[in-house]
Design a protein around this ligand. Structure first.
Ligand code: SF4
Ligand code: SF4
Length: 137
């Protein structure tokens, strides 16, 4: 199972080899997609985590929580105002991982936000300001 998560670091966590521990202790495949972490400051990491079993992922999430690191599926960090959307499709053209696409049955916007890489391009592309992204920026 492969999913994208945002890890939110406190200042005291930034000197710890958290990614190394996730790989070594939990046998996860971790791919860093975006990083905003500076030594001694709060920060965020967007990571793609591939776990062979859901139980392993649950243990890793529990361990992260014990370290004081919040871990949230990326889909919970992007907000969409459905009532403003006119299904123009402009956002789909900039969404590289295809988290946004037009549903070809009804030509309405369809989302698979677990694929989102928090690039923020849809925020700029939508002429109606439908999107907001919270990545600690
Ligand atoms: S932030 Fe980027 S990856 Fe995520 S939905 Fe928007 S365009 Fe797609
Ligand atoms: S660009 Fe905005 S209005 Fe157009 S489909 Fe995307 S969210 Fe809807």
């Amino acid at each position: 199972m492969k999913r994208n998560y945002v890890l939110s670091y406190k200042a005291e966590n930034t000197n710890e080899p958290v990614i190394w521990r996730l790989i070594k202790d939990f046998d996860l495949q971790v791919n860093i997609l975006r990083a905003k972490v500076s030594p001694g400051q709060e920060g965020s990491l967007l990571v793609e985590i591939d776990a062979s079993e859901a139980a392993t992922m649950d243990k890793a999430l529990c361990w992260l929580e014990q370290q004081g690191i919040k871990c949230m599926g990326v889909a919970k960090r992007i907000f969409w105002e459905e009532k403003l959307c006119v299904d123009c499709g402009a956002c789909t053209g900039v969404c590289f991982p295809a988290a946004l696409a037009m549903d070809k049955t009804d030509w309405k916007l369809a989302m698979d936000l677990d694929r989102c890489t928090a690039c923020g391009l849809c925020v700029k592309a939508c002429p109606f300001g439908c999107f907001r992204l919270d990545f600690g920026d």
